[in-house]
Every structure is written in C-alpha cells, then in structure tokens.
Design a protein around this ligand. Structure first.
Ligand SMILES: O=C1O[C@H](COP(=O)(O)O)[C@@H](O)[C@H](O)[C@H]1O
Length: 232
C-alpha cells in the first residue's frame, strides 16, 4: 500500500525535501531510543540526496548507516555503493556516523554476506529509515528479475540478513538485504527520478507477478506503507 506520492519540480528540490524528511526521522529515533539506523541504496539516483542529508543538523555519532545492497567489489571500486556513500553522505559532520559495509574481504560473496549479516544482526530492529531505489526493470535493492536467489530474497520466511544475488543485468555478484530486513522500517521510502521510472512505477503498481518486477513485493507486502519521492 502506498502512503503518499511526493512530487517535486526537479531533482534538486527532491534531494532537499527527502533530506528534511529523513533527517526528521533520524532525529526522532535519537530522541526516542538514543540512536538511529538508516539503510540506503546505491546507483545513480541518490547522490544529490546524500549531499543534502550530510548537511543536516543530526547527532551523527549516534547514527549507523548501512546499504540495502552492494556489488561484491572492494570499496575503492568506482562501482561500489560504499564509495558513493563515503564520497557523498559521510562528509562533514556526517563523517562521524558509523558505517556498516556489506562488502567484506572474504573468499566468496557468500562468506561476505554471512559476515555482514552477523554484524547487522547486532543492530536494533527495525531500521529507522530505509531508502530504496528502483531500476527501470522493477528491481529494488538487488532483487533482480531472474535473480538466482530472488525467491529466497523475497520470501517472508527468509529471516533478516544479507544474501547473494546473481542476475543478468546486475553486473557483479550482489550482496543484498532480504525483504524481511527492509519491509518494516519505521520510514520506508522509494526514491525515483525521471519519466521512465514513473512509467516503471505505474507498471509495478499494476497487476502482475512479483518476480517480474520485484519492487512489487515492497508495495504489496511491506508492513510499512511506502513514501514515494519522485521528480522528473
Ligand atoms: O543496482 C542498483 O540499482 C538500483 C537503481 O539504481 P539507479 O542507478 O537506477 O538509481 C539501486 O537502487 C540499487 O541500490 C543499486 O545497487
């Protein structure tokens, strides 16, 4: 179920508006529980939002930042979501936040997923904030259509944690939080930009199988209604 569609005139205004909403949620978490958690997406969309969020007045040392998904590549790789977050969000006062990466130097992606999952399991649940993105193919996090572990990733029976994903169109092997980890965030946002993604969104909100457009699992089954932030 969609809570609200937030439309902005352009990407710059969306970045500021989303940063305000997320900052308010993090401040509330800190006021109520003494700490806050946020899981963010990678890709090309969130850069401006990350820059805006990094400027917000938040008690950053009380914030843990992690990723909803990652490529199985070291942080120095230009395709790493870790690098994107480090260069755009963990800047200025926000550099004092704790960052929990999904990539680990490990023999295999499966080992890295297990190690990251063990560390994530020490965080309080649910996440205070999850910001998802979406590809034009309807993937979110690394829930890719045709992914080798898609059914496991989307199953409500799969516990919170990190699993691997391989799919055509995903490039590198991925590490992804499971549906269970993401669906009950106190604030659950989908951040998308551009006409093609609006069309993909309309399709995803229509009928069809979750496996065709895995973001449908979030719209249909997440415990928290989704706040969609969009700009042309
Ligand atoms: O592969 C990924 O893609 C999605 C969407 O990325 P974008 O470049 O279209 O904004 C992203 O949400 C996900 O975290 C990323 O790993």
């Amino acid at each position: 179920m969609v809570t609200k569609f937030h439309e902005f005139a352009d990407a710059a205004r969306l970045a500021e508006g989303l940063a305000d909403t997320v900052a308010a949620a993090l401040r509330t978490a800190i006021a109520e529980r003494g700490k806050a958690t946020i899981a963010v997406s990678g890709g090309s969309t969130p850069r401006q939002f990350f820059k805006a969020l990094s400027t917000r007045d938040i008690d950053w040392p009380r914030v843990t930042v992690t990723l909803v998904d990652e490529r199985f590549v070291p942080a120095a790789n230009p395709r790493s979501n870790h690098l994107l977050v480090a260069e755009n969000l963990l800047q200025g006062a926000a550099a004092k936040a704790r960052f929990l990466p999904l990539y680990r130097t490990a023999k295999s992606a499966e080992d890295a997923a297990r190690l990251a999952g063990e560390e994530l399991a020490r965080l309080a649940v649910p996440f205070d904030v999850v910001v998802l993105g979406m590809g034009n193919d309807g993937h979110t996090a690394s829930f890719f259509p045709g992914g080798n572990h898609l059914a496991e990733a989307l199953s409500a029976a799969t516990p919170r944690g990190v699993i691997t994903m391989e799919a055509e169109g995903a490039g590198e092997t991925r590490l992804t939080l499971t549906f269970s980890s993401l669906q009950d965030a106190r604030l659950l946002v989908l951040h998308i930009e551009g006409q093609a993604k609006k069309e993909a969104l309309e399709k995803a909100l229509g009928e069809g199988d979750e496996t065709e457009m895995p973001v449908r699992a979030i719209f249909r089954r997440a415990a928290t209604p989704v706040d969609i932030f969009w700009a042309p």
